[in-house]
Design a protein around this ligand. Structure first.
Ligand code: ZN
Length: 192
């Protein structure tokens, strides 16, 4: 009950700032921001897009959410290790449902590493912020939205902009992965 009223309030707040805009104006605002992100040279995008139909939690021995988080943490660590960026900080959206789980998972990763890598370059103290007050988290949300709209609805306009910021090794977009059936022909799989 507490959670649902919190969620309703959050949803309402999300719409409040945009309520004076028409649908077209909102759409334009989102694509303008995606355009800015696409040219933001220092930004790197890390994401894991899991098609639930092809994901078996028993084989993976983790939930969809855990797998996605572990992948993103591993890729961020690899990026820091391979670049001269020094240390990195993860900023989490302070969402009641995932805050506790993220903290627990991060503790395990810092102690034992992820399945793919030891964690040596990510600062251990987790940082949680209110996404309403933090534009960086909202930009990350916009990127997630763009990836989702592409994979679920085939909409290319936004993804073509934000995908330019995917972390790359040479021509390969290592920062973003689509976990789905083998032989997927989407542009994320083609670039990974
Ligand atoms: Zn794909």
């Amino acid at each position: 009950m507490r959670l649902s009223s919190y969620q309703t309030r959050k949803n309402y707040q999300k719409t409040e700032a945009y309520v004076h805009l028409t649908r077209r104006e909102r759409r334009q605002a989102v694509s303008d921001i995606a355009g800015l992100i696409s040219n933001w040279g220092v930004a790197r995008l890390f994401a894991e897009c899991i098609d639930k139909v092809h994901f078996d939690p028993t084989i993976a021995m983790r939930s969809v959410h855990e797998q996605a988080f572990e992948q993103v943490v591993s890729r961020f660590e690899q990026y820091l290790k391979n670049s001269d960026e020094g240390y990195g900080l993860l900023i989490h959206d302070n969402n009641q449902t995932v805050a506790k789980r993220h903290t627990e998972l991060m503790k395990t990763f810092l102690r034992k590493g992820t399945l793919w890598t030891k964690i040596r370059h990510i600062i251990e103290t987790p940082m949680f912020v209110d996404s309403q007050l933090t534009s960086m988290v909202q930009l990350a949300d916009l990127c997630a939205y763009a990836l989702r709209r592409y994979l679920e609805n085939g909409e290319e306009e936004l993804v073509d902009l934000v995908f330019r910021r995917a972390d790359r090794r040479g021509q390969i977009a290592v920062g973003v992965r689509h976990f789905t059936s083998p032989g997927c022909l989407c542009k994320i799989c083609a670039s990974h």
